[in-house]
Write a protein that binds this ligand. Structure first.
Ligand code: G3P
Length: 222
């Protein structure tokens, strides 16, 4: 399956829950239809099935637990997200870190289920370490820039550059990505795509914001 160039994480934002999650996801689908730039959405677990049933764009979970189905109260399994319609999951987000051995086990479970893995890392060296476990993609996000609106591509372009140099395979970058220029620069520095949250999740008009970001992908490719 084609990996999205823009991945929007809804986190636990109330502005990206329920009806509003659906509104953002439909806006992302519309942007894909109009521009050809594939946008993936990452709703909260409780909204996964509703969103996956409603849109044709890729829908990811925010996290899965490293357990097989069974007696694990409160756990979210790979089988559960797949059944809900997710095509894959984020893993090891800065706000949901897990140990390296847990990443390894979960990646195995995801492979068995034929689901996509995007493993997050807080810097390029950690990104390289997790890329050795052969996920489908690695997303590097400096935690101190997350939610600031100051893009990694502006504040720390060397992080983007080094991530692309060190990591073999698909590299997303994120933290503070919120404008068209942020996308252009991230991709010009060699990233495959961007992972972002607040700029879209909290936008008054998610469609316009997503369109602006998608235009950044198109500009970078010209
Ligand atoms: O998962 C994306 C995220 O951590 C970046 O957040 O709000 O800075 O785009 P934000």
């Amino acid at each position: 399956m084609e990996l999205p160039r823009i991945v929007v994480n809804f986190k636990a934002y109330k502005e990206a829950l329920g009806k509003r999650a659906l509104e953002i996801s439909r806006a992302a689908e519309k942007v894909w239809e109009e521009t050809g730039v594939l946008v993936g959405v990452v709703p909260q677990h409780v909204d996964l099935r509703m969103i996956a049933d409603a849109v044709e764009i890729p829908v990811f979970a925010q996290h899965v637990d490293p357990v097989r189905p069974g007696a694990h109260t409160g756990s979210v399994t790979v089988e559960a997200i797949k059944d809900a319609g997710a095509v894959g999951t984020l893993l090891n987000h800065s706000e949901r870190r897990i140990r390296l051995d847990q990443i390894e086990v979960t990646l195995q479970l995801l492979r068995e289920a034929d689901l996509i893995s995007i493993v997050c890392a807080n810097d390029p060296v950690v990104g390289k370490a997790v890329s050795d476990l052969q996920p489908d993609a690695v997303a590097v996000e400096p935690p101190e820039l997350i939610g600031t609106g100051i893009s990694v591509s502006e504040a720390k372009p060397e992080v983007v550059k080094r991530s692309v140099d060190l990591i073999e395979g698909v590299v997303y970058v994120g933290a503070g990505v919120s404008k068209r220029e942020d996308v252009v620069k991230s991709l010009e520095l060699g990233a495959y795509g961007v992972l972002l949250a607040s700029a879209v999740a909290k936008a008054k008009d998610p469609y316009s914001k997503l369109l602006e970001l998608a235009e950044g992908v198109i500009t970078a490719e010209e």
